[in-house]
Design a protein around this ligand. Structure first.
Ligand code: HEC
Ligand code: HEC
Length: 473
């Protein structure tokens, strides 16, 4: 072979090797997202009606309690817990449960996404509203183990065991200090630690270091924001193909690639459904001239981050750095501070990372404020009970508690949020654990209510007008 050709062949092989090496590195390199606007990425199209059907009825969670055990242990659901028009067995199940029959023919009752992503206002279910009343302060392993007494046969026992093992593996990473705080982020990281990133196969022992056991409090954001957001999650770590990124929410029992590939076929429909949800309108009266004055103040003071509303809305998709926003830094630091790189790598190497990307920013996105009146408590950690207090930091309670009710009487239409009681002390002095877990203590790490002081410079009149305007969004 002439020398020149040899050199060419050699160079080609070298280039190929370098490229292979490069793409491997790229796959494994951890990249955080910058502060500033999140660029728009074209998304797969979906059918919102099919998405709604899938959310309520499709088998994206494939492990849970055998139906026979459910029937023997659960009281019949209250009428407001039922969603009409659900087919088959689902017609009798509460909105947050879905029936699923395994390939072996075992009928299960499994939690669906509405468990955390639907809430009540005045007796009416609002799909897409974060459920801020869930109690994750208790260890539920004993309760799940006790279900074993009600299973009928070996096939059922095996399914119950699969579910109970998952619950047991997750429990140490899922216990919160405060009712209403949601552990979904830590749970997801714990589940990743128990799965092979290539095959998704479950391992009862963790394959990478699990997350820390202290759970930072998180408030569940409303789904309708996805109509405007170019990234998912408070710190915008869900990037790229958002339908796939968000379906990591179904990782609890997604034990193989076939299961997640099937979920991925209807994930765009679910995202399209989220984008179609209209937040519930303000149910009380509105002082229209006051709201109009509020709009002017809002557009001058708030729109640069939160966008404009009405006929031709705009939304800047802006991520603020921690220094500028000043709210509790722990959530952002946990994700983009270096200690979570193994989970970012896990995601980006896995099936999810083929089209989506985990790339947290060291900050928080200014969310769209559509339907903001109903999504109390506020900020990513749910540390501020009302919008009135959010807009005037001198009014933010250091220690507070609420009834966790959802009737109109539990809601404060002046301050915009669930009624709360300010307390004189935090969790420390309180012995009774039932009382203790209902205290939101902003002096604890990750629970701070500082920052977002953008309303402080407004006059009381202007603040009142902005509050009135926010009711119309
Ligand atoms: C255990 C409670 C829980 C369950 C179950 C759950 N989520 Fe979530 N979800 C959350 C929390 C908490 C967040 C906020 C996390 C963050 O921003 O880092 C969230 C965020 C989201 C977001 C991003 C919203 C935004 O404004 O960025 C989407 C979309 C979403 N979830 C979809 C789903 C889907 C689809 C399912 C079912 C497969 C699901 N979730 C199941 C708790 C839950
Ligand atoms: C410089 C950008 C910026 C300005 C100006 C700004 N905000 Fe925000 N806002 C944010 C960010 C970022 C968050 C999320 C912070 C977090 O969750 O930690 C936020 C959160 C909020 C929330 C809570 C959302 C939720 O679901 O918890 C409300 C309500 C809000 N802002 C209203 C306003 C109003 C009203 C104004 C004008 C008086 C305003 N903001 C001005 C950036 C801004």
């Amino acid at each position: 072979m002439p020398h020149a050709i040899l050199v060419l062949v050699f160079t080609a092989i070298l280039a190929f090797m370098l490229a292979a090496c490069d793409s491997h590195e790229q796959n494994d390199a951890v990249a955080y997202s910058p502060i500033g606007p999140v660029p728009h990425v074209p998304q797969r199209r979906g059918d919102p009606d099919k998405g709604y059907e899938a959310l309520l009825n499709a088998p994206y969670i494939t492990c849970g309690m055998p139906y026979s055990a459910y029937k023997q242990t659960a009281p019949p659901p209250e009428p407001e817990m039922l969603i009409s028009g659900r087919p088959g067995r689902n017609a009798e199940l509460p909105y947050n449960l879905t029936a699923y029959t395994t390939p072996e023919g075992v009928e299960l009752v499994v939690n669906n996404c509405l468990h955390c992503h639907a809430g009540f206002f005045d007796g009416k279910l609002v799909i897409g509203l974060g459920n801020e009343n869930l109690d994750y302060t208790e260890d539920r392993t004993a309760a799940v183990e006790s279900i074993g007494a009600y299973v009928d046969d070996e096939a059922e026992a095996a399914e119950w065991r699969r579910w109970a093992d998952r619950v047991r593996a997750m429990t140490p990473y899922r216990i919160t200090d405060t009712v209403g705080s949601n552990p979904a982020i830590n749970m997801t990281l714990a589940l990743m630690a128990h799965r092979d990133s290539a095959t998704l196969a479950w391992s009862q022992d963790p394959l990478i270091d699990p997350p820390p056991k202290t759970v930072a409090p998180v408030s569940v954001p409303p789904w309708w924001r996805m109509a405007k957001k170019n990234a998912a999650y408070y710190n915008t770590e869900g990037r790229g193909d958002l339908a796939r990124a968000m379906m990591v929410g179904a990782i609890f029992c997604a034990d193989d690639l076939d299961t997640v590939r099937n979920i991925d076929t209807y994930a765009p429909d679910i995202l399209a459904y989220f984008a179609s949800i209209k937040p519930p309108p303000w149910p009380f009266g509105i002082d229209a001239p006051l709201a109009e004055r509020g709009r002017v103040v809002f557009e001058r003071t708030c729109s640069g981050c939160h966008g404009t509303y009405g006929e031709q809305p705009s939304y800047p998709n802006l991520v603020l750095g921690l220094d500028e926003i000043g709210t509790d830094p722990v959530m952002a630091q946990n994700a983009a501070g270096g200690t979570s790189n193994r989970f970012i790598r896990w995601f980006n190497r896995s099936y999810y990372g083929e089209t989506a990307r985990a790339a947290p920013a060291m900050g928080y996105i200014a969310p769209p404020l559509d339907g903001i009146w109903i999504t109390a408590p506020y900020l990513h950690n749910g540390s501020v009970p009302t919008i009135e207090a959010l807009l005037d930091s001198s009014k933010r309670p250091k220690y507070w508690t609420r009834s966790y009710g959802s009737s109109a009487a539990d809601y404060d239409p002046v301050a915009l949020g669930w009624r709360y009681t300010e307390l004189t002390e935090g969790k420390e002095g309180v012995k009774d654990s039932r009382e203790r877990k209902k205290i939101y203590d902003t002096t604890l790490p990750a629970y701070s209510n500082a920052g977002h002081a953008f309303g402080d410079s407004l006059s009381p009149e202007e603040r009142k007008a902005v509050l009135e305007y926010l009711k119309t969004l």
